[in-house]
Write a protein that binds this ligand. Structure first.
Ligand code: NDP
Length: 266
């Protein structure tokens, strides 16, 4: 019998997740003795005990437990601490190390489109917060537009240029990023169509963080002929970086990508 290290996705819900498919494919292709499952966790305060009791080596964490995962960690990398969101935990010599791989994964995907100097992020939730700080740390100018004002306060305090729909004017961003949940389960656009079309018609690329369906936003970007990627690319890239932590940097990121990418076709 082969001894395998155990990994999982913790969240609520988790039934829809493609993470097990993605990680298990890479374990199999690379010949790493790992197995990845999913764990429905209702109470975030039980995250640490559940992790340790079940004998996991590492986990990913999804909604709504990314803040609880930060509290569960013994050591949190500075970026994850800054955005209050840990989505990867790894047990190393008895200590839980917490990382955020969502934003660096997104950046890895963004770079494949071509040079990006400035972006417009639509949305002001947790995902927008992580992306805005990370992209700025990589030298990209970030502007934020949101449907309503309250959540923009955090961005203003961080020094980002912010707009509500009322004050927004398109002026030519390299990439327009949908970090709202518009289009996730409905057919809404992340901004009124006239504003969105003005922004897209002056942009080079469009990016959506939503995956699993073609959102009205991406349909519009496609109609206008823009190169784009959707949230499955972000999912893949954050998974590659998490896998790198899980396997203690045994492989290059490029090698992990070759092993993992085919899951997109499964
Ligand atoms: P939050 O709930 O924290 O924020 C949601 C944001 O969307 C808010 O700014 C809200 O505006 C805005 N919004 C919601 N509905 C609409 C609408 N109909 N029109 C315009 N704006 C709207 O969500 P998260 O930041 O956690 O997640 C955002 C998206 O990112 C989700 O779709 C999620 O699935 C996706 N995601 C994808 C990942 C991946 O790996 N691909 C990883 C993580 C998240 P307001 O403030 O006015 O309410």
């Amino acid at each position: 019998m082969v001894d395998r290290e155990l990994f999982a996705l913790f969240g609520n819900p988790v039934y829809h997740s493609k993470s097990p498919l993605m990680h298990n494919l890479a374990f199999q292709t690379l010949g790493y003795p790992g197995c990845y499952t999913r764990w429905l966790l209702e109470d975030g305060e039980k995250l640490r005990d559940t992790f340790l009791d079940l004998g996991f080596k590492g986990i990913n964490i999804t909604v709504p437990h990314k803040e609880a995962a930060m509290r569960a960690a013994d050591v949190v990398e500075p970026f994850a601490a800054e955005v209050h969101a840990v989505n990867t935990l790894v047990l190393i010599e008895g200590k839980l190390y917490g990382y955020n791989t969502d934003a660096p994964g997104f950046y890895r995907a963004l770079k494949t489109l071509g040079p990006v100097r400035n972006v417009l992020i639509m949305g002001a939730g947790g995902t927008a917060r992580a992306l805005s700080l990370y992209l700025r740390s990589q030298g990209i100018d970030v502007e934020v537009v949101n449907r309503s004002a309250p959540r923009l306060e955090w961005f203003k305090n961080e020094g980002f240029i912010c707009h509500t729909w009322e004050s927004f004017e398109a002026h030519g961003h390299d990439a327009i990023i949908n970090a709202t949940s518009a289009g996730l389960i409905d057919d809404s656009l992340p901004m009124p169509k006239t504003l969105l079309d003005a922004a897209l018609s002056k942009a080079k690329y469009a990016v959506d963080v939503i995956y699993g369906r073609e959102t009205p936003f991406l349909k519009e970007a496609k109609r206008l002929g823009l190169p784009y990627f959707d949230g499955s690319e972000m999912l893949l890239q954050q998974g590659i970086i998490a896998f790198d932590y899980f396997t203690d940097h045994r492989y290059t990121l490029d090698k992990i990508e070759v092993a993992m990418r085919p899951f997109l076709e499964l």
